[in-house]
Design a protein around this ligand. Structure first.
Ligand SMILES: Cc1cc2nc3c(=O)[nH]c(=O)nc-3n(C[C@H](O)[C@H](O)[C@H](O)COP(=O)(O)O)c2cc1C
Length: 363
């Protein structure tokens, strides 16, 4: 199963990627440079190197790993340590850690440095009960008196930038992101990504962009705005008029893997992505997954979900989804997928953005 080289993209697809990627403008957030202000947000069980690297190739300016347990790292848990792996071609990647103890986080951060990320990010947004009851994730927002020590201990342990990803606060009565940003600034944190919801909100309602804009306007640190940037048109609109220094996209790229490139398009560009482009990037993701693990079952589960998300909104996607779910073999799954994508006459998607999609996650 081992694979070292990937199938090159066709000239047509590579041409579109190169053309649109040239429109990217590099940015610095604190001392961290990115190829563009449009970044891939961390997502558990999704943002291992195969998807991250594919998204970098498809125009995103930088990525962050899924949240990784500091205790799992410190115990030497094999699965956790694999999550730290970074592909040599990844350029702008941060590793996100979670934990409640400053000392355990500092120890784990030192181990994470061995993978050579550009920065270490702290998860301060995870709303999941199992994480929060132990005092990590968004629970860190509850008692700000401990944060100075928390940041300092981790920062002192590493020689690369430290960053944080937070929510706006715990609940509507405790919107304290501004205070957290100020403490972070004091302790030398480089930038802050904010998911514009409170912990209590989980994934309900809308991200509060009014608040994000106001916070970004006054912030002493660069701010990455995050939440509900689910289509290229929404991203473009937000980018054209925002106080935020950069933006993170999580769920959008799952259903529209070309969302970053589409966001660099100008009105008179004739470029569009085709069903065959969908097949090529799916095959690329499959090949990266084969590099990541030799466990067929893991690859099958991973590919199934990406294939179904990629197909969302395309013709006959429902029927295709049922066929994929029933297929027990990896190679057959890929063949069915190739046949499906190549049978389509267009890759125009019909997605109802108001329908709930992935309403739970770790940040
Ligand atoms: C499946 C899933 C997993 C997530 N895992 C993480 C994570 O590991 N770390 C994190 O900081 N945020 C995580 N998040 C939160 C996202 O990074 C992002 O803040 C949130 O989804 C809002 O952005 P979006 O509207 O673009 O999806 C996750 C979200 C989803 C949907």
């Amino acid at each position: 199963m081992e694979i070292k080289q990937v199938t090159p993209f066709s000239k047509d697809l590579q041409g579109k990627i190169d053309f649109l990627s040239k429109r990217r403008t590099e940015i610095n957030l604190g001392s961290v440079s990115f190829a563009s202000p449009l970044l891939l947000a961390p997502m558990s069980n999704i943002c291992a190197f195969p998807f991250r690297l594919l998204m970098e190739e498809l125009g995103c300016g930088g990525t962050v790993s899924e949240l990784i347990s500091c205790h799992g790292i410190n115990y030497g848990n094999e699965k956790t340590l694999r999550m730290l792996s970074i592909h040599p071609d990844e350029k702008n990647i941060g590793i996100q850690l979670f934990g409640e103890s400053a000392e355990s986080m500092a120890l784990a951060a030192k181990v994470a440095l061995e993978s050579r990320p550009k920065f270490i990010d702290i998860n301060m947004g995870c709303p999941v009960r199992k994480v929060v009851t132990k005092g990590s994730g968004s629970a860190l927002l509850k008692d700000t008196s401990k944060l100075g020590h928390f940041f300092k201990t981790i920062k002192d342990a590493i020689d690369i930038p430290l960053t944080i990803k937070i929510r706006t606060g715990w609940d509507d009565d405790q919107i304290n992101c501004k205070e957290v940003i100020h403490i972070a600034k004091e302790e030398g944190v480089e930038f802050v990504a904010i998911h514009g919801r409170t912990r209590t909100q989980q994934y309900k309602g809308r991200a509060n962009w009014e608040l994000l804009e106001q916070v970004a306007k006054e912030s002493p640190l660069p701010i990455i705005g995050n939440g509900d940037l689910h289509s290229a048109s929404i991203v473009k609109k937000r980018m054209s008029n925002s106080n935020c220094d950069a933006f993170m996209l999580a769920r959008g790229p799952l259903r529209d893997p070309f969302i970053f490139l589409e966001s660099y398009k100008e009105d008179d560009d004739k470029i569009s992505f085709t069903p065959s482009d969908y097949w090529e990037i799916t095959r690329r993701l499959f090949e990266y997954n084969k590099m990541y693990t030799d466990r067929e079952r893991t690859i099958l589960i991973m590919m199934r979900k990406h294939i179904i998300w990629f197909a969302a909104g395309l013709s006959n996607a429902g029927q295709f989804r049922n066929t994929i779910f029933k297929c027990p073999e990896l190679e057959d799954t890929m063949k069915i997928t190739e046949d499906y994508f190549l049978s389509l006459s267009s890759a125009n998607k019909k997605i109802n953005e108001d329908e709930a999609f992935m309403t739970s996650g770790h940040g």
